[in-house]
Design a protein around this ligand. Structure first.
Ligand SMILES: [Zn+2]
Length: 495
């Protein structure tokens, strides 16, 4: 159990299959937190929403003696059940009345598909030494747990990675967890950071952990179930999420959308067509008794999270995750910050982004953030490695030509006339220069870009072209078709 197989990739994100005893889960996957002692959202509701998985807290099960036999029989669910350890309760209420060995043995007894040992959440600890202690204790308990479970093979055991906001601790903790036989790793307790909308820090934390563990091990993000942040975490390589936000928000009359959260009484209309929102108006929900309202709001919130997971998977499948993140980034300044922070890791995203993938789809370029696309990073690397063949170069401005530019009559004329004495390039926004002879190859001709470009895009492109010309030390540069080009300023570049 716990084998993980990759099916598709885009940026550093992936669609995979995680094998558990009761089902093969397609990732990225969301585990709704369900408390069997509360009736707001039941396991039957989870089934009706077609979830093949949920997470519940083994400490709560233990304390209330909920399970007599095993979780699947007693909770009437025949697909994947994950149990958390009670670490979240430590974070909320301080110490709890049970030790790691007890909670691990209890989980062995109740037989979930995925289980977590009792780690020590770093939470929002500000003191480095205190934070370090949570990391060391968690690593120690990870080892202790391996001795308790011995050759138990049916449960996939999760090793949480602690360290909070201290990236060096996270990196240390990630390496230590990666060097164990645990097949499933998790980033612990960013809940406080999520509450403060500090998504940029969350991006740093995810990158630190993901880049220090093996690509073959799936990574879970505890408490990371907000639609705003899911695709960004997935792009870095997070494979699963869990969260109770859908129900906690519902108790507080908060309505989740794919981009933000509203107070129910602020809404005149429901921007959603899920079964709840097509049946009721905001006013009707407000006037309903509290229990029914919480339940319906929670159901709606779950629909939104499911939609986000599916849309993110679709974007991976279609190779347009980068464009999807660009689109999402404008939903909230905090999300925009997360996106900008993610661009800091563009090289990492490029490293895992597949070069060729099935049917070729055109790339959409928008603004200067598009310079961080894997395709552009690779093109610049290619230009760096390019050898010049002639001492002269001809640069044809290509933004007002038909694509592929090689078929344009102007380009053909210049190629025929100058091919023997000059290197011939086409200048295009974002790409900078493209050798005319290869201008048909992917992705140099398969793109769409706006006719109105920002000054940043134009000046970044011109700087790129200028650096290229200087580095290749041409004796002479000629420009063609550039007078009316958006890149006309390149005509002032001297070799
Ligand atoms: Zn809805």
């Amino acid at each position: 159990m716990g084998d993980f197989e990759l099916k598709d990739e885009d940026l550093a994100g992936r669609i995979g299959i995680l094998e558990t005893k009761h089902s093969k889960l397609e990732t990225p996957v969301f585990f709704p937190v369900v408390n069997p002692l509360k009736s707001e959202i039941t396991i039957d509701d989870i089934k009706q929403l077609k979830f093949k998985q949920f997470i519940t807290n083994s400490y709560i099960l233990y304390k209330n003696n909920v399970i007599q036999n095993n979780v699947h029989d007693d909770l009437h669910f025949d697909s994947t059940i994950m149990t958390d350890s009670g670490a979240y309760q430590i974070l909320q209420y301080g110490n709890i009345n049970i030790n790691n060995s007890e909670i691990v043995n209890y989980q062995i007894k109740i037989k979930p598909d995925i289980a977590v040992f009792l780690d020590i959440p770093t939470g929002n600890i500000d003191n480095f030494e205190d934070a370090k202690k949570t990391v060391e204790d968690t690593i120690y308990r990870g080892k202790e747990t391996l001795e308790i479970i011995k050759d138990e093979q049916e449960i996939v055991w999760v090793h949480p990675i602690q360290g909070g906001k201290f990236l060096d601790l996270l990196s240390y903790s990630a390496k230590a967890a990666n060097n164990t036989s645990y097949k499933f790793l998790a980033l612990g307790s960013p809940t406080v950071i999520m509450k403060e909308y500090d998504y940029a820090t969350l991006i740093d934390m995810i990158f630190t952990v993901r880049s220090n563990i093996s690509r073959g091990k799936p990574l879970h993000l505890f408490g990371g179930g907000l639609p705003q942040i899911i695709p960004f975490a997935v792009a870095l390589g997070v494979d699963s999420f869990d969260s109770a936000s859908y129900i906690i928000y519902a108790r507080d009359n908060r309505y989740i959308t794919r981009t933000r959260t509203y107070k129910l009484d602020e809404l005149d209309y429901f921007p959603c067509s899920c079964p709840v929102c097509s049946k009721y108006s905001p006013k009707e929900l407000m006037e309903m008794d509290k229990d029914s309202r919480i339940r319906l709001l929670a159901l709606h919130n779950l629909y939104k999270i499911l939609e986000e997971i599916n849309d993110t998977k679709l974007a991976i499948k279609e190779n347009r995750l980068f464009e999807y993140l660009q689109e999402k980034s404008y939903s909230h300044p905090a999300v925009y910050s997360a996106f900008r922070r993610l661009l800091k890791y563009a090289e990492y995203l490029e490293k895992y982004d597949p070069r060729v993938k099935g049917e070729i789809k055109g790339i959409f370029y928008f603004d200067e953030t598009s310079f961080s696309r894997p395709e552009i990073l690779r093109h610049y690397r290619f230009l760096d490695s390019l050898q010049k063949h002639n001492r002269n170069a001809v640069i044809i401005c290509g933004d007002n030509l038909t694509v592929p530019v090689i078929n344009d009559s102007k380009v053909r004329r210049i190629l025929l006339k100058r091919y023997s004495d000059s290197d011939i390039y086409v200048a295009l926004p974002f790409y900078g220069l493209i050798p005319a002879m290869i201008s048909e190859s992917y992705p140099l001709a398969q793109f769409e870009m706006p006719t109105e470009l920002s000054t940043e895009v134009i000046s970044k492109t011109i700087t790129q072209i200028s650096n290229f010309i200087k580095s290749k030390k041409y004796d002479n540069i000629e420009f063609a078709n550039c007078e009316k080009s958006i890149l006309s300023h390149i005509m002032s570049i001297k070799p």
